[in-house]
Write a protein that binds this ligand. Sequence first.
Ligand SMILES: Cc1ncc(COP(=O)(O)O)c(C=O)c1O
Length: 449
Amino acid sequence: MADQIAYCDEVACAKANCNPVVCRGEGIASNQLIFERSSRAIPGGVNSSIRAFKSVGGNPYIVSRAEGAKVFDVEGHEYIDLVQSYGAIILGHAHPKVVEAIRSAAGDGTSYGAPTTREMKLAEAISERVPSCERVRFMNSGTEATSTAVRLARGTTGRKRIVTFHGNFHGATDALLAAGGSGIATLGLPGTAGVPEEAVANTWVLPYNVVPQLDHDVAAVFVEPVAANMGVVSPAPGFLEGLRRECDRVGALLVFDEVISGFRLGLGGAQAKFDVRPDLTCFGKVIGGGLPIGAVGGRQDVMENLTPLGTVFHAGTLAGNPLATAAGLATLQQLGQGEYIELLARARHLSALLRDACASVGVRAQFPVVGTLVGMYFGDAMTEAPTNFEEAKSTDEKLYAQIFHALLAAGVALPPGAYEALFVGLAHNDAVMDELAHRISLALGSLQR
Ligand SMILES: Cc1ncc(COP(=O)(O)O)c(C=O)c1O
């Protein structure tokens, strides 16, 4: 506290709950007050709608810092974090190797407008680990990756039609916002205002886990090979293979959106786990080690249709940013087969903890584990893990909101939406898992009372 007072906007603040970031000598350090103040500056007080507590009620906690498996809010509460920046963090928050890589890169300058060695190394690292990615192009977010992939697929095939699946989410890309999972499902909207009909006129949204019969006007099929935006839904046996076959039959491109599953399920992502090779892959999250990044990787002949070699335009002032590529490289360098075996065990452990705690208080729930991802579905309808969006939607959102708040009060942070995946990372070690077990059982016990 002494340190905090000293840094309070250079005002020697004597207020007991001074927080240096926001106090300004007024003693402001509550989640509530900061959220209210943020809401006067930022629509809804959040910079990603998915962070809002709209579907669970209440206001978000305001993070002051994070370390390993934990985040801390401005009131000093500690949460075991199962959000992990929605999957961007895999080594744990503020991992020393990542922090050092960012520090060192920043000292060399933060952006140049000319190529760097780090971009080359990260592209090589991705290609080495994901063989379908013969070439890789970087951008700043998963959304930019999917929108670039749409343009690239259309430019390559000369066709307009894009096929997607109910409950999959590909970021805030107009052409892919015809109907989505995650935030869209949570907000209960069929699509979103601001996307004109024309923008989605060539987008078909079909049921997940059913292989569609494609026409010859399809440019690309976009799919989350493991659906992680409607809880976690595994691809049915034969689904991804069927998509590959249909794309080949009609000359369409198969695009795997591995923004979540890439480097999360294993070194080769979902495509290695299920042994299906897409033409293009979209990445984000883990490959930036918690800094803004996105990438499209894929077949050389397709990727070389991007400018400057080809005619499909792509550019970005900060694309391949030195800090993001440094953090991404440092992250990938820490991840080998052993780490993924560890993560898999953690994911199973988390699922078992939640399952047992729910069972002990008579809450019916499913916590499917696909690779290192854990899904969650609550309520009496949940006799089995869902296989598509229709089934996923029968999760009990009201019950989720109660469980969410009970866990938050016990010091466990879940995402504030019933259709998100849970993320464990390498920082969720034995001690953290033991503490997690304790907090989960406390939370569910309080719910029962
Ligand atoms: C599967 C998938 N694709 C794309 C995106 C968009 O990525 P970003 O939020 O980095 O724009 C997300 C975001 O969660 C995602 O889950």
